[in-house]
Every structure is written in structure tokens, then in C-alpha cells.
Design a binder for this molecule. Structure first.
Ligand SMILES: Cc1cc2nc3c(=O)[nH]c(=O)nc-3n(C[C@H](O)[C@H](O)[C@H](O)COP(=O)(O)OP(=O)(O)OC[C@H]3O[C@@H](n4cnc5c(N)ncnc54)[C@H](O)[C@@H]3O)c2cc1C
Length: 524
């Protein structure tokens, strides 16, 4: 792809501006979404620049070594759909070395003072008891086997459960089962989830497979992506703050960036910008674009929801995460332990079960997660500690050490848009596309949604290259690209067969075939 001559608005450039060589594409933000986008653009033979305001790549999907443990900047080192998921598939396609340790269980559940390990879905009978388990079995077909009736789709999930005779009073453990999965896996209160989104997400969880911890932790993935981008000549600049997206006649023409070390500002010319910083921050960068009146972005936000209703302003997913080092193992498997009768902690993982190097020798790394249910951070923290005491017992004081306890909201949330409240990848400026965790298609959570947003962006890039009007693209469908022009295949891969979900009656679906392309998981 060749850059066209750019008619930068005079007003966008100031006297003495440094104007660099034009790029085919500039990526704003070196989070997972930005790095994956840059890797794909590189594969397409484009000249790529990536600009990151922090001193490191990876955003909320990397880690720092702290007291010998891999303390993550966000993610708990897990890929929600494991080795079969969209992100793992994308890494394989990009030939990025990685290895995912899939959970060998459905999950375990801490309730009534003990932990129930459930290898299959039917294992939940052990803590639900006969009456609630029967109700659970009846919910399955209603939620998963068919499309929800129109009257039920937009119900808040607790209202849908009540319609199906499940309330916290009548079925406490069954209600908590749904609530705590929503809190841990999505960081969203159950009452803010629609029945439709719960159905889509659950169907995908069952079809794709169990979650998995990536060897070396999340830093191994983003570290490897960064290494390859640099090796292959991408202009990747850290400590560079993008100040403006420049537009003319409703089209992108470049960006203005400041080198935080020197304070020097310059303009990078490009017809294409991929923004990894979320819709709000992107809006702010264009809102100030000097005088381009033809760019009306405010009316063009749209969600993936069938109704197409605009959902601005966006609602972020907020949470509190704790890293704990323990002398003793708490979780005897590679998956998630959901906590059903705690005050706040919704679930705990022990990623050092998958890669012992995530913790100092002989120790275990535990990561807890909970939804922030109030703005009182001190109270949220105190409740988390009380929960840890309840779960671990007297051994907590003796064997455990809290490494970090951090809230995630504002500029650094769990997700920039809550699951089901996501935004479309275009905001009405030609040549500007959004990727990241506010652009997750329905049913794709966390980094699976980030990877899927990149696939969605690649479809739009094909259309951009073909110079045709953007069109909505479905799963694995072909993309019509204009009169008489060739059809290109959607980058959004088809879902695994629905029948794979049947595995869960006995054990998790099998892991994907993985090759260790190089020594994976080199510690950062
Ligand atoms: C506590 C917690 C636990 C989580 N657990 C998991 C998990 O286990 N599994 C999972 O799949 N997901 C998990 N997530 C979610 C996951 O971490 C995020 O969805 C994902 O990392 C988001 O990636 P991104 O690329 O969209 O955004 P980001 O990682 O936020 O990347 C955006 C980048 O843009 C940069 N930037 C912003 N503005 C500018 C600017 N003006 N100029 C230049 N650069 C800019 C930022 O510094 C940042 O590096 C968790 C998140 C949190 C917070």
C-alpha cells in the first residue's frame, strides 16, 4: 500500500513543526491491541509507526518483576478461551512464539468453607445439591440451545434468572455461580449484564474451551510482539504522547506527537490511524483537530448490539486485584477458583501452577479479582483481606504475603467498555479505526475481544484498500468489496463447532495443537 500525497491543513501544522517521512499507518498505543494491529500491518507490507506514551509496551497486558514475582499491569496472565481462543489462533498465524497451559478442569468453587473441584460441568452438582442442580440443568437449554425470545434478550440477567425461578433467596449457590463468574471473568455486576450477552459469552466459553495461562505470563506475549516489531523495522517510539489526530475533509492526514523526554513535538503524516486508546480518548484527540468542520464524530458511535443503539458515554468495567505470595498451594489445578460466599473476592487463580517462574522458587503466586462495588477503596481493600482470611484460614497470617492490591478504573480500567456495551471500530473519520477492549464484539471477552477487534479492523482495512464504503461484516463471511472487484475473506475466523460444547459434560474440550516455536516465556 502506498501513501497518497497528503494535503495537510495549513492550520494543523505550526511553524517550525518537524514533519517526518510519511507512514502508511500510525498506531496510537502499544497495548496488546496496538501491537497485534502493527504486526498485521507489517505483514501487509506497510510502513508502520507505533507511539506509546509509557516507558514500556504491553499496556494492561504485561508485567513487572516485583519481589521475584511477575506482577501484571492488568490481566491475571489468563487467556479466556485458552489455546483454542481467538488470541492464541492469531499468535499462531503471526508465528509469535507462545505456549498456553489450558485448565484441566471446568473450575473449582469455594463455598461453605471448602473447595469443590469440578472437572466437568456436571461436577457442580456436588455443591448445588439436587434441587438447585435440577434447576441448573433446566436453564441450560433455555439459555444456550436456542436463540433467546425477543422479550427476554435485553432483560438484565437477574430478571431473566427470576423469570426462570432462580433468585438469591431460593437458589443462593446457583445465583452466586452466575454472579461470581460475571464478577471474575467480566468484572461486571450481574445486574448490568443483559441475558443476550450472558448467552453469547457462555456459548463461546463452552465452544472454544477452558481458559489458559500463557507461559511466561502476559509479558511474554507482548514482549515477543515488541521484539519482532522492532526487529522488522517498525518505528516503535516509547514515551511518545499523541496529542492530536489531524484530519482534513473528514479524512485522517496525520498525527501530532510529543516526545516526553525532550518535549519536542512533531507531525507524522499518514492516511491511516489505528487507535488502541479507546473511544473517549480518541474522540478527545480528534475533537481538537484544528478546524476540520467536516468531521462530526459525535453522532457516529454505534455498538455491535442488534438494536444499533448508541451508547455514549461508555461505561467501563472496574475492579480490584490482589497479588499474594503463598508458602502453600491453595488451588490444585490450572483454572479458576470461584468464591461463592465471600463478601467481595469473586475468584482466585494460581498461575504459578502453569509456570513456576511466575513466583519466586518454592512459592505460589495467587491473584484475586473482584468488582469494585463502591467508591470506597479502603473498604473494598479491607473486605478483600477479610475474604482472604476466611478462605485461607489461620495460615493466611503465617504463610501469605500481600504483594500488591490495586484498583483498576478511570484511565486504567479492567475494560474500557463493559462487556456488551462496546463500540464500533469506526467513528466517522475516514482512515481512522479503533481496536482494543472497548471494541469487543458480542460474546468475546477480555483479550479474546481485543484480538477479535483487530480482526474486525483488518476487514475494514481491506475495504479501505479497495476504496469502497465500509460495510458490516459477520463471522467468517466474505466481504463484498465493490462492483466487479474480487471478494476477500473476512479475517474474523469462524467459531468452533457448537458440538464441542458437549465435551464439558465429561471434561474440558481438548487443547489446540501447539508448537513451541522457540524457547517461550522468556522472562522480561
Ligand atoms: C485487573 C485486571 C485483570 C484482567 N485480567 C485479564 C485476564 O486475565 N485475561 C484477559 O484476557 N484480560 C484481562 N484483563 C483485561 C485486559 O488486560 C485488557 O482488556 C487488555 O490488556 C486491553 O488491551 P488494549 O490493547 O485494548 O489496551 P491497553 O493495554 O490499555 O493499551 C493502550 C495503550 O495506549 C497507551 N496510550 C494511551 N493514550 C495514549 C496517547 N495519547 N499516546 C500514546 N499512547 C497512549 C497506553 O499507555 C496503553 O499502553 C484484565 C484487566 C485488568 C485491569
Amino acid at each position: 500500500m502506498v501513501s497518497k500525497p497528503l494535503g495537510l491543513q495549513a492550520a494543523a501544522l505550526m511553524k517550525n513543526d518537524l514533519v517526518n517521512q510519511p507512514y502508511d499507518v500510525v498506531v496510537i498505543g502499544a497495548g496488546l491491541g496496538g501491537l497485534l494491529s502493527a504486526a498485521h500491518c507489517l505483514q501487509r507490507g506497510m510502513r508502520v509507526a507505533v507511539l506509546e506514551r509509557l516507558a514500556h509496551c504491553g499496556g494492561r497486558f504485561t508485567a513487572k518483576t516485583f519481589q521475584g514475582a511477575q506482577v501484571s499491569t492488568g490481566a491475571v496472565h489468563m487467556l479466556p478461551f485458552g489455546s483454542n481462543g481467538v488470541l492464541a489462533g492469531m499468535l499462531r498465524r503471526l508465528a509469535v512464539p507462545h505456549y498456553v497451559h489450558d485448565a484441566e478442569v471446568f473450575a473449582s468453587f469455594f463455598v461453605h468453607g471448602r473447595q469443590y473441584v469440578c472437572r466437568s460441568l456436571l461436577g457442580v452438582a456436588a455443591f448445588l445439591g439436587a434441587r438447585q442442580f435440577t434447576r441448573f440443568l433446566m436453564l441450560g437449554p433455555a439459555l444456550l440451545a436456542r436463540r433467546l425470545p425477543a422479550s427476554e434478550r435485553d432483560l438484565p440477567f437477574p430478571a431473566w434468572l427470576e423469570k426462570h425461578h432462580v433468585t438469591p433467596d431460593r437458589s443462593p449457590e446457583l445465583y452466586a455461580f452466575f454472579e461470581r463468574i460475571s464478577h471474575f471473568a467480566l468484572s461486571v455486576p450481574l445486574e448490568q449484564m443483559s441475558a443476550r450477552e450472558v448467552a453469547e459469552t457462555t456459548k463461546n466459553m463452552f465452544r472454544y474451551g477452558p481458559p489458559g495461562v500463557v507461559e511466561g505470563g502476559c509479558a511474554a506475549v507482548t514482549g515477543e510482539l515488541e521484539r519482532r516489531l522492532r526487529e522488522q523495522g517498525v518505528d516503535l517510539r516509547l514515551r511518545h504522547d499523541v496529542l492530536r489526530i489531524l484530519t482534513s475533509d473528514g479524512e485522517v492526514t496525520g498525527i501530532r506527537v510529543r516526545d516526553k523526554a525532550t518535549g519536542v513535538e512533531c507531525v507524522l503524516q499518514t492516511p491511516l490511524v489505528i487507535s488502541n486508546i479507546g473511544p473517549n480518548a480518541t474522540m478527545r484527540l480528534i475533537a481538537g483537530a484544528a478546524g476540520d468542520q467536516s468531521t462530526d464524530v459525535s453522532s457516529t458511535f454505534a455498538t455491535f448490539s442488534d438494536s444499533g443503539a448508541s451508547r455514549s458515554p461508555l461505561r467501563e468495567a472496574v475492579g480490584l486485584k490482589t497479588h499474594v505470595l503463598s508458602e502453600r498451594s491453595l488451588i490444585p489445578h490450572k483454572g479458576i477458583m470461584y468464591c461463592l460466599d465471600t463478601e467481595r473476592i469473586a475468584g482466585i487463580v494460581q498461575p504459578s501452577n502453569c509456570d513456576a517462574r511466575l513466583a519466586p522458587p518454592g512459592k505460589h503466586l495467587l491473584i484475586t479479582h473482584q468488582v469494585m462495588r463502591s467508591d470506597d477503596v479502603e473498604q473494598e481493600r479491607a473486605l478483600a483481606v477479610a475474604d482472604l482470611r476466611r478462605i485461607i484460614g489461620p495460615a493466611f497470617e503465617r504463610d501469605c504475603r500481600i504483594l500488591t492490591m490495586s484498583q483498576y478504573r478511570g484511565e486504567w480500567p479492567v475494560n474500557r467498555a463493559q462487556q456488551g456495551g462496546d463500540f464500533a471500530p469506526e467513528i466517522g473519520v475516514r482512515g481512522l479505526y479503533l481496536v482494543g477492549d472497548a471494541i469487543k464484539p458480542s460474546g468475546y471477552l477480555m483479550v479474546e475481544g481485543v484480538a477479535q477487534s483487530v480482526n474486525q479492523m483488518l476487514d475494514l482495512l481491506d475495504q479501505f484498500d479497495q476504496r469502497t464504503a465500509p460495510q458490516k461484516v459477520g463471522q467468517g463471511q466474505t466481504v463484498p468489496v465493490g462492483n466487479g472487484k474480487p471478494m476477500c475473506v473476512s479475517h474474523v475466523p469462524p467459531k468452533p463447532r457448537a458440538a464441542r460444547a458437549l465435551y464439558w459434560l465429561f471434561a474440558p474440550p481438548p487443547p489446540a495443537k501447539q508448537e513451541r516455536l522457540q524457547t517461550p516465556g522468556k522472562m522480561p
